[in-house]
Unconditional design. Structure first.
Length: 380
């Protein structure tokens, strides 16, 4: 009997003595230092992918860092990614560092015989510069698409002119148009028009890009080398949707009933789907999971976005508009700049001990569930 075949303890008995609050960094550089230290303390090699041509706000190197915990030749792997949406990495990085520091989690990884691939800050520019986009204004979770087959997004084009502020705060005329749109169509229509992803306006919000970003190339390379296994799970950490501190487990895969069933077998019946209206997310396109399907076509795959709530959606939307205005206006005063960056950080990261403990605990539970599912293929 191998270790992986041995009866596993119930998940509820695997307690952690890690202080989750101490795992979260105060900025990208601090978060990266914590990740590198935690990986090395665990005895792991770190593979670093440096983003060329860009630096952080203090001149620091920007990079995606990868560490693999558990057996390298395992037939199963769990990928954990942070900062797909840049600033959302404050949360995802903390969850990763808390898991790396967690002796009970590491013991459980060994026992289940599953490799855990930590990908820290896959969009380091956005994390460091407190933006949701990559260095080229791309929404990375819309970028994994067939660029030759992209169609115009008419719904976005309708709102582009008033959703992007001409000044900050936005002028009354733009706010009146936004209010009229909300009154006529409702918040759901605005969310769909705004967040689905668009390739028409490179200066716009939720821009999907017209080619594969650097971050996309890196994650594909990581998947090819570390994730081509019989079974593959993926948890991608996000923030900004839903009730504060609550993790929605949003199925991250194509509209495929068998794959959704596998995700629900691993993570529970509360896994939501953008395809049946059960998720708070709109039906977005070009998501990261396409890389798993493309690079690991023979793997039995299931994935989720773990989406943690922060502030109500109107406040998150205002923060996105403000950050976009700042990117387009380098002449902004230092005071304006600091105010917008704080607004953005607060919209995607609730910097309180209670919120950090909540999100780290739910990340841990989801990772343990994935390990149990991956170890058995979902039969127990
Ligand atoms: Zn996100």
């Amino acid at each position: 009997m191998t270790q992986a075949d041995a009866p596993a303890p119930p998940l509820s008995s695997i307690w952690s003595d890690v202080d989750p609050v101490a795992a979260f960094g105060c900025d990208y550089a601090d978060a990266r230092a914590r990740f590198l230290a935690a990986a090395r303390a665990r005895g792991l090699d770190v593979e670093t992918h440096v983003l060329p041509g860009h630096r952080g706000p203090a001149g620091e190197e920007l990079a995606a860092d990868v560490a693999v915990l558990g057996p390298a030749t395992s037939p199963a792997a769990l990928v954990l990614t942070s900062a797909t949406h840049g600033v959302e990495g404050f949360c995802g990085s903390g969850c990763q560092v808390a898991l790396l520091r967690d002796d009970a989690f590491a013991a459980y990884v060994e026992r289940r015989g599953v490799a855990v691939v930590f990908v820290h800050a896959i969009n380091p520019w956005g994390f460091a510069h407190v933006a949701r986009t990559t260095e080229d204004n791309v929404d990375l979770n819309r970028n994994f698409r067939d660029f030759a087959a992209v169609r115009r997004n008419e719904a976005y084009l309708e709102i582009h002119d008033f959703i992007l502020p001409a000044s900050w705060p936005p002028p009354p005329e733009q706010e009146a148009r936004l209010a009229a749109y909300l009154g006529e169509r409702g918040a759901g229509a605005l969310q769909a028009a705004l967040t689905t992803g668009q390739s028409d306006r490179p200066d716009g919000l939720f821009y999907a890009g017209r080619k594969a970003t650097w971050s996309q190339q890196v994650i594909r390379d990581v998947l090819r080398r570390h994730a081509r296994r019989e079974r593959l799970g993926w948890i991608d950490f996000h923030t900004g949707l839903g009730p504060s501190g609550h993790a929605e487990k949003i199925f991250a895969g194509p509209d495929d009933a068998a794959m959704l069933a596998r995700a629900r077998a691993w993570w529970g019946c509360d896994v939501t789907s953008i395809y049946d209206g059960s998720s708070t997310s709109a039906q977005v396109t070009g998501m990261l999971f396409n890389a798993a399907l493309g690079e690991c076509p023979d793997s039995a795959y299931a994935g989720i976005a773990l989406e943690y709530g922060t502030l109500p959606m109107p406040e998150v939307t205002q923060a996105l508009r403000a950050r976009h205005w700042l990117a387009a206006h380098p002449e902004a005063t230092a005071r304006q700049r600091a105010a917008v960056l704080k607004l953005t950080r607060d919209a995607f990261f609730v910097d309180t001990p209670a919120w950090k403990a909540m999100v780290a605990g739910q990340a841990r539970a989801a990772a343990l569930q994935a390990l149990a599912g991956l170890a058995t293929g979902g039969t127990s």
